[in-house]
Design a protein around this ligand. Structure first.
Ligand code: RB5
Length: 141
């Protein structure tokens, strides 16, 4: 899959590590910034990644900031986006299976990089289960 990536200054290193990891899993990462450790406003990058996913330019998105919280709030403002902030794999898996999330948000100041990779791997490999979940997801719109 083509995965859109975005981060702010608090999460540059984690984003880069996860992009490499996604590549090793066979995915194609696309970087929407930020590209340096200079202070950056997370809503700007959340919007870029959310638009890329909503427009179909990318299949899924991953956003990283200090907590993942600001990124998820901002990304969810874009129509068609279902962003989840996760600090553990169980919610990551269920967010795909039940809620059809299309953006995963992670906190670089909350979790370590190996745990983040575990969450990413589970989120990317989980699939929407459809069935009874379809009508509920449609209600978001
Ligand atoms: C930046 O200091 C920090 O506020 C940001 O990375 C994020 O945690 C916001 O939700």
């Amino acid at each position: 899959m083509t995965i859109a990536f975005g981060c702010d200054h608090a999460a540059l290193q984690l984003k880069q590590e996860i992009m490499e990891f996604a590549k090793s899993l066979g995915h194609s990462p696309k970087d929407y910034g930020t590209f340096t450790e200079e202070r950056a406003d997370y809503p700007e990058y959340a919007k870029k990644v959310a638009n890329a996913v909503a427009d179909g330019e990318c299949d899924l998105g991953i956003l990283v900031c200090g907590t993942g919280v600001g990124m998820s709030i901002a990304a969810n403002k874009v129509k068609g986006i279902r962003a989840v902030v996760c600090s553990e794999p169980f919610s990551a898996k269920l967010s795909r299976e039940h809620n059809d999330t299309n953006i995963l948000c992670l906190g670089a100041r909350v979790i370590g990089s190996e745990f983040a990779k575990m969450i990413v791997e589970i989120w990317l490999s989980s699939k929407f289960q459809e069935g009874r979940h379809i009508s509920r997801v449609k209600m978001f719109e």
